[in-house]
Design a protein around this ligand. Structure first.
Ligand code: ATP
Ligand code: MG
Length: 371
């Protein structure tokens, strides 16, 4: 998969920005606050229809304008594809593939990206929600139907929570209806857990190998932390998961009624990383934690390529500056010469002459590109 060009209109501070991708590596150089992250964010947006920085699309519209628009041309499986997305202040969006209106699902299935930014380096130190978001986005890149499962689960959970609040108001619980909600939650929820566990098993394989190379000795393992699966966490049997989920919902019924919330399920789960069997969040140094994230991000690339037969576009937002020599070298050497990569940096100092020889360098100032 290759992005050929990108055109941003009134996208944050990029009022009219055009980029032609002539080589497979592009380095965007600019001082702070010029629009480097905005460019990568817009490419990521085309592949996920959401920004990694905000869930409010209106923030993406230039302060002084009424809408933003992103246009891009790419080549996928030897076919030219034109993507276009626009969004107005009154929340009207237009999504088009090759000039024809498209559904969100079809649009999201076209462009695949892996974004690696400095905030990802905090993945292990972040909240369980951050780790679930990382996992969910990684999965939906290779399994588009997963998004539907997540929204279905969230819809039922909201309905159940509203129902519990209504019951609290009238001081009476409709047990039959609660059982219906719990049954639906356990069906959809166990499916989500099953897929997450399977994906983690897969990414553990790829990332442990990379982690071992960077660290020379360390063994990385990953565990899906789900309250009702306990130490049986290796089990990837969907019926077993559903049964345990239902059992746990039954056990915690009183608590849920009292708190008017759903207290168990995939929305409460976490992902735990271990280095040589020690929990990385608690014991690993900052460098070790960064090695985990670097290994994970590069593995996301491998998995997408493996599953879809197309290489995703790698977006590296300012991460080089945050890595030491060993990790910088590993990252730059790991990027296959075929993988289209867009890198942002404040200057070229961090990059070796050899690397820069084959890179297209663009300068950005105040949302505009200078070659
Ligand atoms: P850094 O090196 O600090 O990461 P950057 O080049 O990545 O900088 P961006 O995050 O891309 O900077 O932001 C560039 C500018 O865009 C910032 O000054 C920011 O205030 C501005 N900006 C953000 N949202 C909007 C918006 N909706 N309208 C106009 N400008 C915006
Ligand atoms: Mg930035």
């Amino acid at each position: 998969m290759k992005l050929k060009n990108l055109h941003l209109n009134f996208y944050r501070n990029c009022e009219d920005l055009k980029l032609d991708f002539d080589k497979s590596k592009m380095l965007i150089i600019g001082k702070n606050a010029q629009g480097k992250t905005n460019i990568l964010e817009s490419i990521y947006f085309l592949s996920n229809l959401k920004s990694p920085r905000t869930s409010n699309n209106q923030e993406l519209i230039n302060f002084e304008k009424e809408y933003f628009k992103i246009d891009a041309n790419l080549v996928k499986s030897n076919t030219d594809i034109e993507l276009s997305f626009s969004y107005t202040k009154d929340k009207k969006r237009e999504i088009k593939i090759n000039g024809v209106k498209s559904t969100i699902k079809d649009f999201k299935s076209v462009l695949k990206t892996v974004l690696f930014s400095t905030s990802d380096l905090m993945l292990l130190r972040g909240t369980p929600q951050d780790r679930r978001d990382w996992l969910d986005i990684a999965i939906s890149q290779i399994y588009p139907a997963y998004d539907d499962r997540l929204s279905k689960y969230e819809k039922i959970r909201t309905q159940k929570n509203n129902f519990l609040k209504e019951c609290a108001k009238i001081g009476k619980i409709n047990e039959t209806l609660l059982d219906v909600f719990n049954e639906q939650l356990s069906i959809t929820g166990s499916n989500i857990i099953y897929i997450r566990k399977k994906y983690l098993r897969e990414i553990e394989k790829f990332s442990a190998a990379k982690h071992q190379i960077i660290s020379e000795t360390e063994n990385l393992t990953i565990r899906y932390d789900c309250s009702f699966l306990g130490s049986n966490n290796k089990v990837e049997d969907i019926e077993y998961i559903q049964e345990k989920f239902k059992e746990s919902l039954g056990q915690r019924k009183d608590e849920e009624v009292r708190r008017c919330q759903s207290c168990v399920g995939p929305h409460r789960d976490d992902i735990i990383f271990y280095i040589n069997n020690q929990e990385a969040t608690k014991f690993a140094s900052q460098g070790q934690q960064r090695t985990v994230v670097l290994s994970l991000k590069l593995s996301e690339l491998d998995i997408i390529t493996d599953k879809t037969g197309e290489e995703p576009i790698l977006l590296l937002d300012d991460v080089l500056a945050e890595l030491d020599d060993v990790r910088q070298n590993y990252l730059l050497k790991s990027i296959n010469s075929n993988t289209q990569t867009v890198i942002t940096s404040v200057d070229t100092i961090l990059f070796e002459e050899e690397f820069l020889k084959d890179v297209q360098i663009c300068k950005i100032e105040n949302g505009q590109i200078y070659k």
